[in-house]
Design a protein around this ligand. Structure first.
Ligand code: NAP
Length: 250
């Protein structure tokens, strides 16, 4: 992966951070994105590879395009885009859910992926080369109780990924999605708005996936020969059978 330039959104924690660490070990050049600048700075300092940081909110259309436009010439060719930024906000029935949570999920998980993709695509199309990997979820394949809008956002990511693969077919650009089950990151802290007990309970009685497990799957999607497209990977902890069946040990 030497000389490969990889842009990762949501690199300041969890899956994005672990993916950055793994690709850095492989010698890739990294464009790392997020909103928490201090986290990005710390990550950059810890990595033994060339890194360029971009700070923007994926929900902000203007900010997304300005950030990509601002890349110095030596960073303009992006070989791999990993659309990872996203979160769940709340776990409530439709009738009592907070509309702000819905906006955050639709704007971040869906429109964010679309904006970043659109901003980066022209140079891939021009070169007839590149790869885009979107973070879906088991929640994008099956709906679970109270998952309503988070699930809708990840179903949309799946549909967008499939549409993108069709549209980009003439250009030799590889497009795929990765659909994890329960991964132990800051995800539940965000979903439960900083409620540590609720967040810990999600992972306490199972052996959850770790961010590094997802990073290895992403690495595989990138490392296969250029004539191979991994369209989807669904990755579950062995303790999880599908979106709702989880073998919790008391
Ligand atoms: P995480 O630790 O909370 O990381 C989320 C990342 O996304 C952070 O780096 C955050 O950075 C960034 N982000 C969130 N909203 C953003 C916004 N509006 N603009 C820019 N960056 C934003 O969670 P994670 O588990 O690694 O999640 C990564 C992806 O995996 C998400 O798309 C999530 O839906 C998906 N996923 C997670 C699980 C799971 O169980 N953990 C399962 C399936 C799929 P800043 O806050 O610094 O901006």
């Amino acid at each position: 992966m030497k000389n490969t330039t990889i842009l990762i959104t949501g690199a300041s924690s969890g899956i994005g951070k672990a993916t950055a660490e793994l690709f850095a070990k492989n010698g890739a050049r990294l464009i790392l994105c997020g909103r928490r600048q201090e986290r990005l700075d710390q990550l950059k300092d810890s990595l033994n590879t060339e890194v360029h940081l971009l700070n923007f909110d994926v929900r902000d259309r203007t900010a997304v395009f300005e950030a990509i436009e601002s890349l110095p010439s030596q960073w303009k060719q992006i070989d791999v885009l990993i659309n990872n930024a996203g979160n769940a906000h709340g776990l409530d029935p439709v009738q009592t859910a907070d509309l702000d949570d819905w906006d955050a999920m639709i704007d971040g998980n869906v429109k964010g992926v679309m904006y970043v993709t659109k901003a980066i695509l022209p140079q891939m199309i021009e070169r007839k080369a590149g790869q885009i990997i979107n973070l879906g979820s088991i929640a994008g394949l099956e709906v679970y109780p109270n998952g309503n809008v988070y699930c809708a956002s990840k179903f949309a990511v799946d549909a967008f990924t499939q549409g993108l693969r069709i549209d980009l077919n003439p250009y030799g650009i590889r497009v795929g999605a990765i659909h994890p089950g329960l991964v132990e990151t800051e995800f539940s802290m965000v979903r439960f708005k900083g409620d540590e007990t609720r967040s810990k309970n999600v992972y306490a009685t199972i052996t959850a996936l770790q961010a590094q497990d997802i990073a290895h799957a992403i690495e595989y999607m990138v490392a296969v020969p250029p004539h191979v497209t991994i369209a989807d990977i669904t990755l579950l902890p062995t303790d999880q059978a599908n979106a709702t069946v989880v073998n919790r040990k008391q």
